[in-house]
Every structure is written in structure tokens, then in C-alpha cells.
Design a protein around this ligand. Structure first.
Ligand code: SAM
Length: 237
């Protein structure tokens, strides 16, 4: 399987501003204290939870799991390199918050249901599962032509997953998280080169280099856009 290594490797997603803004959003969705127990599924380098751990002075380090072995993971979390389903199936801990941010699209529909079933079983009463995916309707991610086509295909799949999630018989609500990105074009081009998003993983080096030329021509020195996510919140009653 192709792996995603550079998603939060010095990108806006790993910037202090983004992380603070995201954690403020999290705290609006779920009241957390220093006693809260948190699991981050597909945590990447775990910077979001690392920062939240410091902010709340968590007694228990958040657990972050990922199939990619990030050696530079945030040391304020307990990082486990493991497949999400395998972890959840054998898990005996109970969590107040399970975060699944921009990760659910890596699973097929059958596994999505498993993840939800196991996650729900791993929640304390009153605990929440937060699932965030790219907003499929008004997406502003800067793309080149081929990337846009691939992204649209993957957003169609995201919509299917979303519909299945909405059918689950668990108390739920929907909200949004938007972040205004202001990024220098040369940095964004580097992100494209490093295939920061799963859409780019299967492109050939030539397709990437043509894409970089296309973005270079199309965008100004600074790229401004909204990184828009939709969020589904499941609550264990
Ligand atoms: C787009 S990144 C999102 C990272 C982080 N949640 C964030 O939003 O900054 C998706 C992450 O999910 C991880 N992932 C993909 N399939 C997984 C699986 N089966 N089990 C655990 N993690 C997985 C990838 O390795 C990657 O780090």
C-alpha cells in the first residue's frame, strides 16, 4: 500500500496557528479536562494531540495510532504503529474522545463500519467520536487539472462513506471546521512534490512535475484559500 508520509511534515496542517485553531474547535465540541482520555486514529505525527495534551495538562498521554512509522512523532503522545482496526479490535481502554481526522477515506465501507462499531465500544458514556473529512461540496484545495480529477473521484467516495455514517444508529450531529490558509507558492509546490495528500500518491514523477508547472502558472506568489472540513460527531449515550 502507498503510504502518506508528508501530510503534516512542515505544512499548514502542522503550523501552530492551525493546531491551536483546531484544538479550540475540538474543545467547543467536547468538554475535556486533565483527566480526559483521548485516542487519535490515523494521527500522523500526533502534533494536534501533543499540543492538546500540553494545553489541558492531561494526566494520561493521548494515544495516537498510525500505520506509518513516524520516527519524529510528538513525544507528548503515546504513539503506536498499528492498523486502526487491529488496535480497536483488541483495545480494552475507554476514551472520552476518539478523533478520526482526514483518515476515514483510507478504509473500505465494511471497515468503516467496523471502525465505528469498535470505536463506539471503546467510548466512555458521554464520550464522542469526531470524524472529519474534506468538505466535498465547496472544496478549495489548490490543484492541477489531473489532481482535481482524482480529488473529485475521491470526494465522491467520501460522500458514500458519509451517507453510510449518517445511517448509523448512534446519536450524531454535524458541524464544520474552516481554516484560512495563506501559503507561499514555493512551499505549496514543495508539498505537491512530496505528495502531501493521498490524491497524489499514485501519480508518476512526470505527472507531478507537469502539475507543479501548471500550479506555478495558475497561482500568484501567495496562495490563499479555505481549508474546509466537515465533521460528524457521534455521542455515546
Ligand atoms: C491525511 S493523514 C491525517 C493525519 C492527521 N489525522 C491529521 O489530520 O493531521 C491520514 C493518516 O491516516 C493514516 N492511516 C491510513 N490508513 C490507516 C490505518 N489502516 N490505520 C491507521 N492509520 C492509517 C496514514 O498513515 C496517515 O498518517
Amino acid at each position: 500500500m502507498l503510504s502518506i508520509k508528508n501530510w503534516d511534515n512542515k505544512t499548514w496542517i502542522s503550523s501552530t496557528k492551525y493546531i491551536q485553531s483546531f484544538n479550540n474547535f475540538l474543545l467547543k465540541q467536547k468538554k475535556l479536562t486533565k483527566h480526559s482520555k483521548i485516542l487519535d486514529i490515523g494521527c500522523g505525527r500526533g502534533k494536534i494531540m501533543g499540543s492538546l495534551s500540553s494545553k489541558l495538562k492531561l494526566m494520561n498521554k493521548p494515544i495516537g495510532i498510525d500505520i506509518e512509522n513516524h520516527k519524529d512523532f510528538d513525544k507528548r503522545i503515546t504513539f503506536k504503529k498499528i492498523n486502526a482496526i487491529r488496535y480497536l479490535k483488541n483495545n480494552k481502554n475507554k476514551f472520552d474522545l476518539i478523533l478520526i481526522k482526514q483518515t476515514i477515506h483510507f478504509f473500505n465501507l465494511r471497515d468503516v463500519k467496523k471502525i465505528l462499531r469498535y470505536s463506539n465500544a471503546s467510548l466512555e458514556v458521554g464520550g464522542v467520536i469526531l470524524i472529519l473529512t474534506l468538505d466535498t461540496k465547496n472544496n478549495e484545495i489548490p490543484t492541477f487539472f489531473l489532481m482535481k480529477q482524482k480529488l473529485n473521484q475521491s470526494l465522491k467516495r467520501d460522500n458514500l462513506i458519509w451517507k453510510k455514517l449518517l445511517q448509523l444508529n448512534i446519536k450524531k450531529s454535524i458541524t464544520k471546521f474552516n481554516f484560512k490558509v495563506n501559503i507561499k507558492k514555493n512551499i505549496y509546490l514543495k508539498m505537491i512534490k512530496q505528495r502531501y495528500i493521498s490524491t497524489l500518491l499514485k501519480f508518476s514523477p512526470l505527472q507531478i512535475s507537469n502539475g507543479i508547472n501548471e500550479i506555478n502558472l495558475r497561482y500568484k506568489k501567495n496562495i490563499l484559500f479555505n481549508d474546509k472540513l466537515k465533521c460528524l460527531i457521534f455521542t455515546k449515550v
